[in-house]
Design a protein around this ligand. Structure first.
Ligand SMILES: Nc1nc2c(c(=O)[nH]1)N(C=O)[C@@H](CNc1ccc(C(=O)N[C@@H](CCC(=O)O)C(=O)O)cc1)CN2
Ligand SMILES: Nc1nc2c(ncn2[C@@H]2O[C@H](COP(=O)(O)OP(=O)(O)OP(=O)(O)O)[C@@H](O)[C@H]2O)c(=O)[nH]1
Ligand SMILES: [Mg+2]
Length: 487
């Protein structure tokens, strides 16, 4: 066994950040759904590091559960002061190891009583000094005191179970944490504030109105055959269209939330690495006049005109017998396959380009740029943009072209101001819209109203699943397991 362990190795009950996979097994829990859920229960007390695993000014260790205050008292120097807190309050004191009498850290404890705070159950948060060893010690103290390490998203899960938020708000919490652009953050904050929830409630009301109109007819006109059923086709189609518009906002949500892949590719020596450096305003990539300088690709997170992008500098494409260069080119081809935009950089100072056989110029993801315009007295009348990385010319036009191309891939979502990000929400909205369209089509072809009504119930169910009013354990597991531990 290697006795040397890196100081920053995450302790066993921390996943070292987001998207870890803790497995904690439930034994006998309250409601039906909870009983089915493997990793989440609400009858015990949980703890987690809520801040990143790393040295920091402060670190927050949070706890929650029916006996969180009582348990916290066991490891706090001023249990009386903790117990005396009303609905919520802040107490200064020391974390102590009861068994050894050891003073573990000086902290501020935030106390929330049942019915208050984020989770809506008893909770105590400790703001500690952010040293790695200190954090490790505090997490061990929590475990020794009888708290259980939280699963990903378990605090938010509890907030949902205790009715503090619906599923659209819970999803917004994680979308807010992982927002990669200010637009994505603002949109997530909007959803956290209930904008999406209210919109869905409005849709539900519309469907309910249609449904109640039908049910009146079902009750009173059972023996009437044929004729106008009075099904509101116009309203149904209008609601379906509005649902589809909101669903289509997913594309914008993805663009601003997850971003796009922009790959710089082309012949060797064209100036890809030079352009990469210029766009990042940082000498990240090696530049030289030797063909085949870049071999391993470079990858950097950037923002282009408010859109988060992952920018790649790749190995140049040319005929080469060098096996390492060949591997680099194979990786370039792979990145090009996955790209949202390929900026094809050509050396504008030479006639014959080596990349031509590797790239289909009719690919609609392609933006062609001719570099080194400074070496030509008059640029050739070629399609594509002319730039000079050396002189910094044409760069803003290129950036604009990239942003424009990315935005053009996002369909219009009517006058819908809301934007969604989650695939689940998109699918649910489309499902509801389809049910409404089916209902309208059925009515038009003379299908009996009670069968038409079943489609409207299906639409309501899809909408109810979005807020979590109707749910199943696997939906909940899927949503919360994608969260950070500690959120
Ligand atoms: N320390 C800390 N900061 C945090 C969180 C947290 O859990 N703890 N949050 C977690 O993500 C977010 C804030 N979410 C929260 C939501 C409600 C309440 C709360 O105590 N509500 C009061 C009502 C407040 C009011 O009336 O304005 C209550 O329930 O009594 C606290 C945090 C971001 N910052
Ligand atoms: N005159 C001129 N030279 C440039 C310009 N841009 C890049 N160069 C030069 O062209 C050479 C190749 O640049 P790189 O950025 O390394 O080219 P690359 O496309 O990354 O090449 P590989 O990594 O080999 O595929 C270097 O000597 C650069 O200084 C430009 O706009 N004008
Ligand atoms: Mg290069």
């Amino acid at each position: 066994m290697n006795p040397v362990r890196p100081m920053d190795e995450a302790p066993q009950w921390s996943n070292g950040g987001c998207n870890g996979s803790w497995k904690v097994y439930a034994h006998g829990v309250s409601s039906d759904i909870l009983a089915m859920m493997e990793n989440y229960r609400t009858d015990d007390d949980i703890f987690a590091l809520a801040t990143p695993w790393g040295e920091s000014a402060l670190a927050v260790v949070r706890t929650s559960g029916p006996r969180a205050v009582e348990k916290s008292c066991l490891m706090f120097s001023r249990p009386g002061a903790l117990r005396a807190v009303g609905t919520a309050g802040l107490v200064h004191g020391f974390l102590m190891d009861r068994l050894t009498g050891e003073k573990v850290d000086e902290v501020m404890a935030s106390v929330y009583r049942e019915g208050h705070g984020y989770t809506g159950e008893e909770a105590v948060e400790f703001s500690c000094h952010g040293s790695l060893d200190g954090i490790k010690r505090i997490l061990r103290l929590c475990a020794d005191t009888g708290f259980r390490p939280a699963s990903p998203g378990e605090f938010t899960f509890r907030a949902f179970i205790h009715g503090r938020m619906d599923l659209t708000k819970a999803e917004a919490v994680q979308e807010l944490v992982s927002a990669r652009s200010s637009r994505a953050r603002v949109m997530a904050l909007d959803r956290l504030g209930g904008a999406l929830f209210s919109r869905i409630e409005q849709f539900k009301q519309q469907v309910l109105t249609i449904l109640s109109g039908i049910e009146v007819q079902l009750d009173y006109a059972e023996d009437e055959i044929g004729g106008d059923t009075g099904f509101p086709v116009g309203e149904s189609i209008a609601t379906a269209t509005a649902l589809e518009n909101l669903a289509a906002s997913w594309h914008a949500g993805q663009l601003y939330g997850s971003g796009a892949r922009v790959v710089l590719a082309g012949a060797t020596n064209a100036g890809k690495s030079s352009l990469f450096n210029l766009l990042l305003k940082d000498e990240r990539a090696i530049v030289s006049d030797i063909h085949g300088t870049t071999r391993d690709y470079l990858e950097v997170e950037a923002e282009i005109d408010g859109i988060p992008v992952r920018l790649y500098d790749t190995a140049g494409l040319r005929e080469s017998a060098d096996t390492i260069e060949g591997e680099g080119m194979r990786r370039t081809m792979h990145l090009m396959e996955q790209a949202d935009i390929i900026v094809l950089v050509k050396d504008g100072s030479v006639e014959k380009q080596s990349q031509e056989e590797y790239i289909h110029e009719d690919d609609n993801r392609l933006i062609v740029v001719h570099n080194k315009s400074d070496l030509r007295s008059k640029p050739l009348e070629l399609s594509g943009l002319w730039i000079s990385v050396k002189k910094g010319e044409g760069i803003s036009a290129l950036v604009e072209a990239i942003a424009l191309r990315l935005r053009s891939r996002v369909p219009e979502n009517g006058d819908e101001a809301l934007v969604i990000e989650s695939n689940r929400q998109r699918d649910g909205l489309y499902a509801a819209a389809q049910a409404l369209r089916r209902a309208a089509a059925m009515d038009a072809s003379g299908v009996p109203l009670d069968i038409v009504a079943a489609e409207l119930h299906a639409a309501l169910r899809s909408l109810g699943e979005l807020t979590g009013e109707v749910t199943s354990e696997d939906v909940l597991e899927r949503i919360f397991s994608g969260f950070c531990v500690g959120k």
